[in-house]
Design a protein around this ligand. Sequence first.
Ligand SMILES: [Zn+2]
Length: 398
Amino acid sequence: MRVQSLPEASRFRDNVDRRYITRLVEELIRIPSVTGQGDAEERAARMLVARMDELRMETSCQRVSAGGANAVGRLPGDPAGPVLILNGHLDVVPAGEGWTAPAFEPVIRDGKIFGRGAADMKGALAAMLGAAKLVHDMRLPLCGTALFSFVCDEEDGNRGVARFLADCPPADFAIVGEPTGMRIAAAHRGVIRYRITTRGCPSHIGRTDSAQNAIYRMIGVLEAVRAHDAALRRISHSLLPPAMLAATVIRGGVKDNMTPGECVVTLDRRLLPGETDRSATDALRAALYEAVPGEPPGIEPYLYMPPGEADTRNGQVDALRTLHREYYGGPAEICGFGATCEQAVFLNHGINTVICGPGNIDQAHTADEWASLDEICDAAGFYAWCIAHAAQLANPTA
Ligand SMILES: [Zn+2]
């Protein structure tokens, strides 16, 4: 149902407070909120809570860990109406090498803002808050509630989003603002990482045979890993690259005249929607046990982020595409997202969720990371357009 009193999409775009959003991205980049380092994630959360308080939103700062907190804001509308969540993460990866300017001092040049987190994803946080400001400035009537979850710890264990969802009211739809260049991404691959260990008999190299050599035993494992990867790459998905498995780190042996007693390889497995850590691990175990005679290698999964895919059949994603077309023009095609993200966490909580945010994923985690300020500011208008039309997203068939 269309709310009749709403202005047209172009007025949303024209009324975006571009200066406010630009300053907010700069302010966010200046807080070096590297995951788990010091109290910077909490400082970023407190800053955003203060900004939301200025807009007279209902806010809370949720403590998640020592130094980590979420900023949660609520724009209340009709209490019987739909609940739309706009989500983004506060934390960033470390600066790393290769920057031509300090990573946490924002630089604006040629319409781009440079700094750690510009694309992943402080630009999106500023766009989402810019949407709240637009709703406030335009005094838009809201048919429901918009919830803003700006969470810590995304790049590590997703503890921030788990804390947010622990007492989040039932919600109808969520948008995760990871960088998609404002395309609508309906799915992403998950990841599981393993440590694989083979053992031998550590002794003088002249006195043992090759069967006791942990590094030689790993050769069979790696051949099996490569064969398993080739099989996985035949599993396709309409929006995503295939499933895959790769060896990424290898370590073994202690001295050049000793038979290595242990060899450890790290594997990175990308999962398609429908796969789980259990199904992936069972398949890997079968592949490795079959290929390696004798004592089976140790298989230790140590990190898991599930894959996710929005429900595209209930009409919500099509409703979002319609809103996207109305705001941006163009075909609003659905794509996949090229990294792990919190979409799966929302989906597993029963909230249909897509990924749509400013910036390019290729910029994430790179030196001289940047994002387009125009794209960020236009995104604010789009998010506000979605908030204003949340009823269509919540209940597209009504
Ligand atoms: Zn991200």
